[in-house]
Design a protein around this ligand. Structure first.
Ligand code: C2O
Ligand code: CU
Ligand code: CU
Length: 491
């Protein structure tokens, strides 16, 4: 055990001090800002709920607020605006948004949008942006899936206070992929994500360009989550003992969305942005669709499936063929578990794009590593890894740089536990117990793997981008907030 090094925190400190555009006074770096909420106890979860009740409540829609129930109406799928890698500000603040039904609902948003804008960057780009905390509680933004150093990772050790800013500046050094940005302040992540702060981060590269995949408007991000409204129709965070389970789905922040589709191939970039819900995705007619990528980008080869179990924080790149859907016909993408219709596709009858993926999409060099686990992590109860709750001031283990290790994740219960590692992608090599097998969407490079009850999953992992402090945690966000997280240091 070891405490975070002065060097790491001093580096983060320079990011905090170098940018303070919304401050009227220079930002004083407090130990609390760096160590987040080290003094807080689990009681903070209760306090945090009181904060959400303090937001403005007027919506002026004369009581027509809607509770998200299905009234038979469908609303056009919204697509998040895209932003370039050199964005000036990323603001976190309460905002009113329209989820399709015209009602203005209070949420917490990035740049006033739900989901936040989609970043569009290419390998080799430099990302620069200043995060501004307009909430009344600490926050920090993490770039889930991006290979960045400690000071840019936005982990819980560098949460900033209300009114403070944090400057990010990092290069994109990885392959094409869909990533996920969201808040990461310890004990407040579940609330902030649920209230609406989350979005996609797309990276493109030459390898992907060469495939000639269908471009926009046939390439569409689908950020899927669940939600609950309070009796004013505003976003509500009311986790139960088993985490936050919303009453209805939202896709790209749209209630009961419908998308008009041409008769052709669509490329959907799917992200499970829910706090605690696994989505079992399938088309309503049971038709197969093609998985071409996941968390870390393209798979080696396309995989044909009829359903996918997508854990929180996991991503999917799929091709869906609507060419046999005649004008006026519809199909839906459903969650079989929840028995929800997530989105309805209505055919325009117009001819769209044709596309057949090549048999080989990419070359995934298998990691060569130990056959026995280097480390074993048990996900215990709802708040512990290897028997311990997260402690800001404890570095749980150290990992040698550029060395392939075999990590074993195991649990007896209280799943789903989607296990997520910062700082590197991994290759999933085995699953025993529970579902007892690996699935086609778990090939290639992953940063999050779903651990169900009584499962043991082995992954091969190598930290070859940066040395420094990172976290590993359960992406069931209430588990994470309660302490199912560890600090480790790549040395
Ligand atoms: Cu998506 Cu550490 O988080
Ligand atoms: Cu992450
Ligand atoms: Cu968990």
């Amino acid at each position: 055990m070891k405490t975070p090094t002065k060097g790491d925190l001093a580096e983060a400190n320079t990011h905090l001090l170098e940018a303070a555009p919304i401050e009227t006074q220079p930002v004083q770096l407090s130990r609390r800002a760096l160590l987040g909420m080290a003094v807080a106890s689990i009681g903070t979860l209760v306090t945090a709920k009181a904060v959400s009740a303090a937001q403005p409540r007027s919506h002026g829609s004369g009581g027509r607020v809607g509770q998200g129930r299905d009234d038979g109406l469908r609303y056009p799928l919204q697509t998040p605006a895209s932003v370039p890698p050199n964005l000036q500000y990323l603001d976190c603040a309460p905002a009113q948004v329209n989820m399709g039904d015209g009602v203005k609902r209070w949420v917490w948003a990035y740049n006033g949008r739900l989901p936040g804008p989609t970043w569009e960057a290419r390998r080799g780009d430099q990302v620069t942006v200043t995060l501004r905390n307009g909430l009344s509680q600490p926050t920090i933004t993490h770039w889930h899936g991006l290979m960045v150093d400690f000071a840019n990772d936005g982990g819980p050790l560098i949460a900033i206070d209300p009114g403070q800013s944090y400057h990010y500046n990092f290069p994109i050094i990885q392959r094409a992929s869909l990533n996920f940005y969201h808040p990461h302040p310890h004990m407040l992540t579940g609330q902030q994500v649920c209230m609406g702060m989350a979005g996609g981060f797309i990276i493109r590269d030459e390898e992907e360009d060469a495939l000639g995949l269908p471009p926009a408007p046939w390439e569409i991000p689908l950020v899927i989550r669940d939600a609950t409204f309070d009796n004013q129709g505003n976003m509500r965070y009311n986790p139960s003992g088993s985490g936050f389970n919303g009453q209805f789905p939202l896709v790209n922040g749209t209630l009961r969305p419908v998308l008009k589709v041409d008769r052709g191939i669509y490329r959907f970039r799917v992200l499970n942005g829910a706090n605690a819900r696994v989505f079992t995705l399938a088309l309503s007619n049971g038709a197969p669709f093609t998985v071409i990528g996941n968390d870390g980008g393209l798979l080696q080869s396309p995989a044909t499936v009829t359903q996918v179990e997508l854990g929180m924080g996991e991503r999917l790149d799929i091709l869906v063929d609507f060419s046999s859907l005649g004008a006026g016909q519809s199909l839906t993408l459903d969650c079989l578990n929840a028995r929800w219709e997530l989105i309805r596709f209505d055919s325009t009858g117009t001819k769209g794009v044709a596309y057949t993926p090549p048999a080989v999409l990419s070359t995934i060099a298998p990691l060569n590593g130990p056959t026995q686990p280097t480390r074993t992590f048990t996900f215990d109860g709802m708040s512990r890894i290897n028997g311990r709750q997260y402690d800001h001031n404890r570095i749980d283990f150290q990992v040698p740089f550029n060395t392939v290790e075999r990590w074993r994740f195991t649990t007896g219960g209280n799943a789903p536990h989607p296990v997520h590692v910062h700082g590197a992608s991994f290759q999933v090599v085995s699953r025993t117990g529970g579902r007892g097998r690996l699935f086609p969407w778990e090939g290639g490079w992953k940063d999050t793997v779903l651990l169900n009850d009584r499962e043991t999953v082995d992954v091969l992992i190598r930290f070859d981008a940066y040395r420094g402090l990172y976290v590993m945690h359960c992406h069931q966000l209430e588990h994470e907030d309660m302490g199912m997280m560890v600090n480790f240091e790549v040395i």
